[in-house]
Design a protein around this ligand. Structure first.
Ligand SMILES: [Zn+2]
Ligand SMILES: [Zn+2]
Length: 273
């Protein structure tokens, strides 16, 4: 299984996931052209994407979805609440290509299993995604104000986990945002702070020390990559002791490296996808 964060943060989110010959995107929060260019820069032809999964209706997750679906005529999956809330924001969509999915249910695309799971965010019916291919598992969880036991359980056995590390609490509270927005971000239906993320990882890592953790959805205004990483690592060190933790960062305006789980079985022929 391969994963790349194509873009991440308040200005646009997009994840690339590939396994067993199936290629999908989770969210297209950038414009279509920018997304195409970013995918090409990591060696992925836009035409090879077979489906789009949406987490929720906020613009930083859907900006390019409508244009992409029309151009490439691929199916788009979202929860019923998300479909209702995107309203006209996607433009004219082919109803034959729009599918409603449900949190807690599993779906299959070839050998790739997709399970949306409920998250806590100020959107109609937001979800995170868990992708499984054989023994390989990837979890994408951003835009959530808290993490329930059920959400935590999704990370069991994950090889790659994309986790929100949205803001530095001091930077947010001392920054220019109006009080109501600060309160919303810090609420149970807002976003995880760097510290929240550190504490979550401190619980997940002992059970899953080989998992690659990738910090995502960093706020432009209220965070920096350095702050996110140092805060998360200092929480880990204070709770778990000094160690070599597998924690990396997504970047706002450029794709991450291509992450790959264990070597995929080689059958001696290369298959065009
Ligand atoms: Zn959101
Ligand atoms: Zn977002």
């Amino acid at each position: 299984m391969r994963y790349c964060s194509v873009a991440s943060g308040s200005s646009g989110n997009c994840h690339f996931v590939e396994a067993g010959g199936v290629r999908v995107l989770v969210d297209i929060g950038l414009g279509m052209r920018a997304t195409e260019a970013s995918l090409r820069s990591i060696g992925v032809h836009p035409e090879s994407i077979q489906a789009i999964f949406i987490t929720h209706e906020h613009t930083d997750h859907i900006r390019g979805v409508g244009a992409w679906a029309r151009r490439y005529r691929i199916p788009v999956f979202a929860t019923e609440g998300t479909w209702r809330s995107v309203n006209g924001n996607l433009g004219r969509m082919d109803p034959q290509k729009c599918y409603a999915i449900h949190a807690g249910k599993g779906y299959r695309m070839g050998m790739l299993r997709v399970e949306p799971f409920m998250i806590y965010h100020d959107a109609a019916e937001p979800v995170g995604y868990c992708f499984t291919w054989g023994e390989e598992k990837l979890v994408i969880m951003t835009d959530t104000g808290m993490v329930s036991q059920e959400m935590r359980a999704m990370f069991q056995g994950a090889r790659i986990a994309v986790v929100e590390s949205n803001h530095d609490i001091e930077k947010l509270m001392g920054g220019p945002y109006p009080w109501s927005l600060k309160r919303r971000i810090r609420s149970n239906i807002g976003h995880l702070s760097n510290e929240d993320c550190g504490h979550l990882l401190a619980e997940l890592i002992p059970e899953n020390p080989d998992c690659e953790f990738i910090l995502a959805h960093l706020s432009e205004e209220n965070n920096t990559p350095e702050l996110a990483l140092t805060t998360v690592l200092s929480v880990l060190q204070s709770r778990l002791g000094a160690g070599n933790y597998h924690v990396e960062l997504t970047l706002r305006d450029q794709p991450t490296r291509m992450y790959s789980t264990e070597e995929e079985p080689c059958i001696g022929i290369s298959m065009p996808i």
